[in-house]
Design a protein around this ligand. Structure first.
Ligand SMILES: Nc1ncnc2c1ncn2[C@@H]1O[C@H](COP(=O)(O)OP(=O)(O)OP(=O)(O)O)[C@@H](O)[C@H]1O
Ligand SMILES: [Mg+2]
Length: 488
């Protein structure tokens, strides 16, 4: 009997998709094969011939045609869709597959393998799989909705009407991922109704993402930020960062990305003076750190970078940079501990020098001819460090407390924004925060003191809250290894 093979390399992934993606561990595995087929049929090119080969004797598991298409099925309440599948593939390949069963099976095999690879490449465990399917499998439909601005405005207008809001759309601006509709409300009661109906508007629009309101000018105007499907996002290219920060003043100007309308967001890391970056796995923390580091490297400011990377994969591009503190990227926890002790000594030395010069901070010391430069300590996975080194937390707190004067700044990233990793004292001494997408509103609160990060869109979508300021929605710039290497 004909079977479709799922090779061993895809077997594990099938399980992950079923358990974590669909969230139904009891679902039969052929469901995943059907999804993979649907995904592959979205692509215009034919799947590679090679995809039919590895199945021959490789281990893995098999799906019977009975399970995949319902062929010759005898169970009650089930139907045989084999002819539908044949028709689909015949149309796609412009071949008559009703008369060539072997070819039909082969093509099914190729499509399923390709679809599986597609899903593997573009979906990550942290992402919402249902949302992903919606974007990927219904994208033609979603694109129609998104790319016709006039129809979209009409839809918004209608959705507003449905929730009882009387408003005129004054302006429509496309940002990289969201479209901002500036509304002129008829009266104050409309604002109340808009807030109340906010969760219903995505439903009316047929999108799954949440919509946010920003007040624009007090005069009855609000901005409605409506997410577009991923296919209609504009990339925010990391290679633009050096140009954006080129003529910006400040000791350590950095640009993690752009605001909702696509304008670069730049702040002075020296003023923050420490930054905590958190988000679920795959949300874009490391890429965000790269954007900040690229800013530091390309701005030409004299700075030393102490890079700690317990995972040993994130910071390899920086090897050889002359700014590296201690000469290399730190991957061992013990070496990270030593580096922290060393920077504490450096901090003490600096304090003595400031006292000798009779000044209160680094800028004044530099004005008097001191050669001390700023040091930025970057830790990509704070939880790994804290779990393995009992001393690390106290060292970090000491550094955090005296940084402003001595020019030593912390940039701490973690996928675990919990009370254990981001403890009271560390938390109160690291006042600036970036939240990428998190799982729960509770996590958002730990990072930002407010909810909202649980509704972000992954891939570098973030809320930035600098010390003493309001949080700002931003989209991270996508920085790649090559962008970094150019500045080493
Ligand atoms: N600004 C961005 N623009 C587009 N895609 C992005 C952006 N940031 C991240 N991504 C996508 O998300 C993937 C994961 O990003 P990243 O490695 O930074 O996540 P992470 O939060 O560090 O994950 P982990 O906790 O597993 O280390 C990237 O490989 C990229 O595909
Ligand atoms: Mg990472």
């Amino acid at each position: 009997m004909a079977k479709i093979y799922i090779p061993a390399v895809d077997e594990q992934f099938t399980r992950v998709l079923r358990d974590k993606g669909l969230g139904v561990p009891t679902a039969p595995h052929w469901i995943v094969a059907r999804l993979a087929l649907a995904r592959s049929l979205q692509l215009p090119q034919f799947p590679d011939e090679d995809l039919a080969k590895p199945l021959v004797k490789e281990r893995g598991f098999e799906i019977h045609m009975e399970q995949l298409t319902g062929e010759n099925i005898v169970a009650p309440d089930t139907e045989d869709y084999t002819d539908t599948y044949k028709l689909l593939l015949s149309t796609y390949h412009q071949e008559n597959l009703f008369e060539n069963r072997a070819r039909f099976i082969e093509l099914l095999q190729r499509h399923i393998q390709r679809g599986m690879a597609e899903i593997k490449a573009s979906w990550r465990e942290g992402n919402d799989f249902h949302d992903y399917l919606y974007q990927e499998l219904f994208f033609e439909w979603a694109r129609d909705q998104a790319t016709d601005p006039e129809a979209n405005s009409k839809r918004i207008q209608r959705a507003l009407g449905e929730v009882g809001v009387n408003a005129a759309i004054e302006n429509v601006d496309d940002g990289p991922r969201l479209t901002r509709y500036t509304l002129l409300l008829a009266g104050p009661a409309d604002l109340d109704r808009l807030h109340k109906g906010l969760d219903k508007i995505p439903f009316e629009l047929g999108i799954q993402r949440s919509i946010t309101i920003q007040s624009v000018t007090g005069e009855r105007r609000v901005a409605l930020d409506v997410p577009r499907p991923e296919r209609d996002w504009y990339p925010v290219e990391g290679s633009k960062i050096p140009g954006w920060i080129k003529s910006v003043q400040g000791a350590l100007p950095v640009c993690p990305g752009v605001d909702v309308l696509g304008h670069p967001l730049i702040f002075d890391l020296a003023e923050t003076p420490h930054l905590f970056v958190a988000g679920t796995t795959g949300s874009g923390k490391s890429v965000c750190l790269h954007a900040i580091l690229l800013s530091l490297l390309s701005s030409g400011r004299p700075v030393q970078l102490a890079l700690v990377d317990p995972k040993e994969v994130e910071f390899t591009a920086y090897e050889g940079a002359k700014q590296l503190f201690g000469g290399g990227v730190i991957t061992e926890i013990s070496a990270a501990g030593e580096m922290l002790v060393e920077t504490i000594h450096e901090m003490d030395r600096r304090q003595k020098e400031l006292a000798k010069l009779g000044v209160a901070n680094l800028e004044e010391a530099q004005a008097k001819g001191s050669k001390i430069n700023r040091i930025v300590i970057v830790i990509d996975e704070l939880a790994d460090l804290l779990m393995q080194s009992s001393e690390a937390e106290n060292l970090l707190i000491r550094l955090a407390q005296k940084a402003r004067a001595t020019g030593i700044h912390l940039l701490l990233a973690t996928q675990r924004p919990d009370a254990k990793t981001f403890t009271g004292l560390l938390r109160s001494n690291v006042p600036s925060r970036i939240a990428l997408t998190v799982r729960t509103s509770q996590e958002s609160k730990i990072i930002l003191d407010e909810t909202g990060a649980e509704k972000l869109l992954m891939r570098g979508d973030m809320l930035i809250r600098l010390a003493g300021k309001e949080s700002i929605r931003a989209h991270g710039a996508r920085v790649e290894q090559g962008d970094i290497r150019r500045w080493i």
